[in-house]
Design a protein around this ligand. Structure first.
Ligand code: SAT
Ligand code: MN
Length: 586
C-alpha cells in the first residue's frame, strides 16, 4: 500500500512527466550533489572558498526577481472568503489553468520531493509540508530555510497530515506565472517563477497564507513577525514579536547589536520573518519561528546596519542576484563605498556605474539561522518563547511618531489594522507608494482580512496575559527630507521603553492615538539627537491624523458589513478624540 504522500507524488508525476524523481534526504552528500547540479546549469557560481566557504551566487532570470502579488491567488469556493484584498480565482478554474501549464512541465527535468518541517523538530506546534519542484535552487534554499529530508519524512510516517506544495519553473514567462493557494484543501500550486516567496512554498505560501487559515480554524496565529528577546542588566529576557512589511528592517531589528550593550541591554534573535503563536499553559502567547534560516535583503546590509548577519553570511550562504567582485566575493550597494574595479553586476555584465546597480535592489542572502552570533539559546525551544509585546510598524515619512502604545488589546488590533507603509522592492509593483498593510499581512493573509481582524479580536479574549501592543516608525523624516532617527542599533532605546511599559514603568503622555513617550522617557545617553528632533519624532499632529483617519475609513469601507463592529467602534472613537483636541482651547 502506498502512503498518501507517495500517491500524491505519483499523481503529480503523471501530470508533469519528469525524467526522474529524487526524494531528498537532507544529507550533506545530497547538498553537494545539488550544488554541482546548480553550477552545471550555468546560473550559479561557487564563491571564494577561502573568504566565503561553501557559498553560492545564484542569478535568477532578470524578469523574476521579486514576489508577484498580481498573479498570487487565493482560490476559495466562495469569493467572499478570499476578501477584497486578495486576488481570487475559483478553485476549478485555477486547477484548469495551472493544470494546463503543469502538464508536461517537467519533461526532461528532475522532480525533487522535499519533505520539510516548519518549526523546531521537537515542537508539537510544528507542521509538515512537502514541496515537489523541478528547481535545484529551491532544493538548496529549502535546505537552509527549513528542517528538510529524512527528519521530516520520519515524523510524517504514513500520515496524510502535510501541506502539499507543487512548484515548477515552467518556462519562466511572466505571462504564464501563477501562485495559487487552495486553503480549503491546504494545497499550493506555483508555476513560472524561481524566486523566493513565489517558489519556496514553505515560506509565505504555507507558513503565512495557508497557516493563517489553519490558525483561525484551530485557534492560533500565523503572523508576518520577527521574534526577539531583549535582555536587561538583570539577565531577564523580555520577548517581543514585530510586524513590518517586507524589506522594512525586520531582519536588522531581530539581529541588532544593541547600542546600550555597555549598560547591559542585549538583543537575542529567535526569528526574522514569521511567527506562529499559540496560548501556552502559563496563559502567555508563545511564539515559535517556523523557519530555520534568514532570507534577507542584501542591499544596505553592512557592518553598521547588521554586523551579526555580516558575520553569519561568511559561510554556507546562498546569495541571489548580488554583484560579484573580481575576488569572487558577493557585493551589493551599501555594503561599503563602491564596488571594487572589475565587479560584475547581478545580470553577469561588467559593472560600469551607468548601467544600473551592481546588485538587484531585492537581491538576497539565504543563511542558516544558527550561524547568527545573536541567535537566542531558546530559538528552537519546542514550547516557544512567551511574547510580552507586539510591535507594528511601517515606513512613514510623516505622521507616525517614533513609538506609541495602544491603550488596550482592542485598540491595539485597530492600530495594527490601520498600518500603512511606503512600498519597497520586495514586490514587483511601484516602489515608494503609501499603501495600507494591516499587520504587514496584506499580501500574506490567506482569507478575508475582515475575518482576520475578527480572529485577532477573538484571540484577545483567549489570552489570559495578552501582549501589549505598540507601533513604531523608524522612518520619519524632517523638513530637509532626512531621517530624524538613526535607527539600527539605536532602536534598542525604543525597545527598552517598551520593556519598561510592560513592567508598568516608562513615562508616557496620553494622546488621541495612544501613549507616546514623554520627550525625556527614552534613554538617549551617548546619542546625538537634539531635544527639538526628539520632540518632532514624538509629535502627534491632529491635522495629519485627521487626514489619516479619513483615509483608513475609506480602506475599511472595502470590507463592507464583514468588518467587525469593534473595529468600527475604535475608528469612531479615534475620530472623536481627534476632534476633541482640534477644538480644545490652546
Ligand atoms: O520573497 S519573500 O516573500 O520570500 C521575501 C519577502 O518579500 O518578504
Ligand atoms: Mn517577509
Amino acid at each position: 500500500m502506498s502512503t498518501p504522500l507517495e500517491q500524491w507524488v505519483e499523481s503529480v508525476a503523471r501530470m508533469t512527466c519528469p525524467e526522474q524523481i529524487v526524494w531528498c534526504d537532507g544529507s550533506e552528500e545530497e547538498a553537494a550533489r545539488i550544488q554541482q547540479q546548480l553550477i552545471s546549469e550555468g546560473h550559479t557560481l561557487q564563491l571564494n572558498e577561502k573568504t566565503y566557504p561553501n557559498c553560492l551566487l545564484h542569478r535568477s532570470d532578470p524578469s523574476d526577481v521579486a514576489r508577484t502579488e498580481k498573479v498570487t491567488f487565493i482560490c476559495t469556493q466562495d469569493k467572499e472568503n478570499a476578501g477584497p484584498t486578495n486576488n481570487w480565482m475559483p478553485p476549478a478554474e485555477a486547477k484548469k489553468t495551472l493544470g494546463g501549464l503543469f502538464t508536461g512541465s517537467m519533461k526532461g527535468r528532475t522532480m525533487y520531493v522535499i519533505p520539510y518541517i516548519l518549526g523546531p523538530a521537537a515542537s508539537s506546534q510544528s507542521r509538515i509540508g512537502v514541496e515537489l519542484t523541478d528547481s535545484a535552487y529551491v532544493v538548496a534554499s529549502v535546505k537552509v530555510m527549513a528542517r528538510m529530508g529524512k527528519i521530516a519524512l520520519d515524523r510524517l510516517g504514513s500520515s496524510s497530515d502535510f501541506v502539499p506544495g507543487l512548484h515548477s519553473l515552467g518556462d519562466l514567462n511572466p505571462s504564464r506565472r501563477y501562485i495559487a493557494h487552495f486553503p480549503e484543501e491546504k494545497l499550493i500550486w506555483s508555476i513560472g517563477s524561481g524566486y523566493g516567496g513565489n517558489a519556496l512554498l514553505g515560506k509565505k505560501c504555507f507558513a503565512l497564507r495557508i497557516a493563517s487559515w489553519m490558525a483561525r480554524e484551530q485557534g492560533w496565529m500565523a503572523e508576518h513577525m520577527l521574534i526577539l528577546g531583549l535582555e536587561a542588566p538583570s539577565g531577564k529576557v523580555t520577548y517581543m514579536a514585530a510586524a513590518f512589511p517586507s524589506a522594512c528592517g525586520k531582519t536588522n531589528l531581530a539581529m541588532m547589536v544593541s547600542a546600550l550593550e555597555n549598560q547591559g541591554y542585549r538583543v537575542w534573535t529567535v526569528g526574522d520573518d514569521i511567527a506562529w503563536l499559540q496560548v501556552g499553559p502559563d496563559g502567555y502567547l508563545h511564539a515559535i519561528n517556523p523557519e530555520a534560516g534568514f532570507f534577507g535583503v542584501a542591499p544596505g546590509t553592512n557592518e553598521k546596519t547588521n554586523p551579526n548577519v555580516m558575520t553569519a553570511l561568511r559561510k554556507n550562504t546562498i546569495f541571489t542576484n548580488t554583484g560579484l567582485t573580481s575576488r569572487n566575493e558577493p557585493w551589493w550597494e551599501g555594503m561599503n563605498d563602491k564596488p571594487p574595479a572589475g565587479t560584475i553586476d547581478w545580470q553577469g555584465r561588467v559593472w560600469t556605474g551607468s548601467n544600473g546597480p551592481a546588485a538587484q535592489p531585492n537581491s538576497r542572502y539565504t543563511v542558516p539561522a544558527h550561524q547568527a552570533p545573536s541567535i537566542s539559546p531558546r530559538w528552537e525551544d519546542p514550547t516557544g518563547v512567551p511574547i510580552s509585546a507586539f510591535i507594528f510598524g511601517g515606513r512613514r515619512a510623516r505622521l507616525a511618531p517614533l513609538v506609541y502604545e495602544a491603550t488596550n488589546w482592542q485598540h491595539g488590533v485597530y492600530v495594527a489594522a490601520t498600518m500603512a507603509s511606503e512600498t519597497t522592492a520586495a514586490a514587483t509593483e511601484a516602489v515608494g507608494v503609501t499603501r495600507r498593510d494591516p499587520m504587514a499581512m496584506l499580501p500574506f493573509c490567506g482569507y478575508n482580512m475582515a475575518d482576520y481582524f475578527g480572529h485577532w479580536l477573538d484571540m484577545g479574549t483567549r489570552i489570559p496575559h495578552p501582549p501589549k501592543i505598540f507601533h513604531v516608525n523608524w522612518f520619519r523624516k524632517g523638513a530637509d527630507g532626512k531621517f530624524l532617527w538613526p535607527g539600527y542599533g539605536e532602536n534598542v532605546r525604543v525597545l527598552k521603553w517598551i520593556m519598561e511599559r510592560i513592567e508598568g514603568q516608562g513615562a508616557a503622555t496620553e494622546t488621541p492615538i495612544g501613549f507616546v513617550p514623554t520627550s525625556n522617557a527614552l534613554t538617549l545617553d551617548g546619542l546625538d539627537v537634539s531635544r527639538a528632533t526628539m520632540e518632532e519624532l514624538l509629535r502627534v499632529d491632529p491635522a495629519d491624523w485627521t487626514r489619516e483617519h479619513a483615509d483608513t475609513g475609506k480602506f475599511f469601507q472595502e470590507f463592507g458589513s464583514r468588518l467587525p463592529e469593534a473595529i468600527r467602534e475604535e475608528h469612531k472613537r479615534l475620530g472623536e478624540r481627534l476632534q476633541r483636541v482640534a477644538v480644545a482651547p490652546k
